[in-house]
Design a protein around this ligand. Structure first.
Ligand code: IPE
Ligand code: IPE
Ligand code: MG
Length: 247
């Protein structure tokens, strides 16, 4: 049952979120950045539940970008360690609640332990159907386009046969429809290399809310904004008559 103020028909099938602002959230409290990341995991679990309750089928979150390796070693290893903690703390609960977990990103560059934790999260939830949570980890939109091209070439797709539909089949998120709604917390108004290919016609909501503070109220506010949009996909605005012989 939806507890959102938004009519079921206006609920997006797929919501993508750049979970940004953990460091600033911690700084405001005179705490180390890691504390913000830790609280960020709780915000994620809350948000998965809220999305499932509202009938959203796919939630995709940006957890670690291809560029986040540029951060201090201490922060990177803290984030890697947090994957292990988060999986051991929340996997059973999420599995029970019908969440299917999928990881998108380059797994080759992460440690065996992190890879195993992700594999465990995927296999323990593979049968679930209530909501698909895709965690973009060591992910970049540009990486995705390049890896899809490589796979297409390996599969022997001829250059003339390569079109948008064919390439989409090789993209990391080929199992999901494109995001309808793209949310970024933390106040920055940029994409930062998330889902570049897939957001061609997504609706964008940017909020100053720092990720650890995100919850039902902020989600509902983004959903209301989404419900008020007129998605045209290049066509004429809804309800506007097209004049005949107007050329
Ligand atoms: C987002 O929060 C989490 C990751 C990128 C891993 P940040 O760590 O970017 O937090 P801010 O933007 O510095 O506040
Ligand atoms: C984007 O946030 C990546 C994640 C939330 C995982 P960043 O904090 O890394 O992005 P920039 O550096 O502000 O663009
Ligand atoms: Mg940031």
């Amino acid at each position: 049952m939806s507890s959102s103020a938004v009519n079921g028909a206006d609920i997006p099938r797929h919501v993508a979120i750049v979970m940004d602002g953990n460091g600033r959230w911690a700084k405001k409290r005179f705490m180390p950045r890691f504390f913000g990341h830790k609280q960020g995991v709780d915000a994620l679990v809350r948000t998965v539940q809220a999305c499932a309750d509202r009938g959203i089928e796919y939630l995709t979150v940006f957890a670690f970008s291809s560029e986040n390796w540029k951060r201090p070693t201490e922060e990177v290893s803290g984030l890697m360690g947090l994957v292990l903690v988060a999986v051991s703390k929340y996997l059973t609960k999420l599995a029970k609640e019908g969440v299917r977990i999928r990881i998108v990103g380059d797994r080759d560059a992460v440690s065996d332990k992190v890879r195993e934790a992700w594999n465990q999260a995927e296999s323990a939830t593979a049968h679930n159907t209530r909501i698909t949570l895709s965690v973009a980890f060591n992910y970049g939109g540009r990486w995705d386009v390049v890896q899809a091209c490589r796979q297409a070439m390996r599969a022997g797709v001829a250059p003339e046969a390569l079109d948008e539909t064919t390439l989409s089949r090789f993209m990391a998120m080929s199992y999901a429809p494109d995001p309808d709604l793209f949310i970024r917390t933390g106040g920055e108004v940029r994409v930062s290399n998330f889902l570049l290919w897939q957001v061609a016609y997504s609706e964008f909501v940017f909020t100053d809310c720092l990720w650890p503070d995100f919850g039902e109220a902020e989600l509902d506010s983004a959903l209301r904004s989404f419900a008020a949009r007129d998605r045209r996909f290049g066509a004429v605005p809804t309800g506007q008559p097209v004049a005949e012989n107007s050329i």
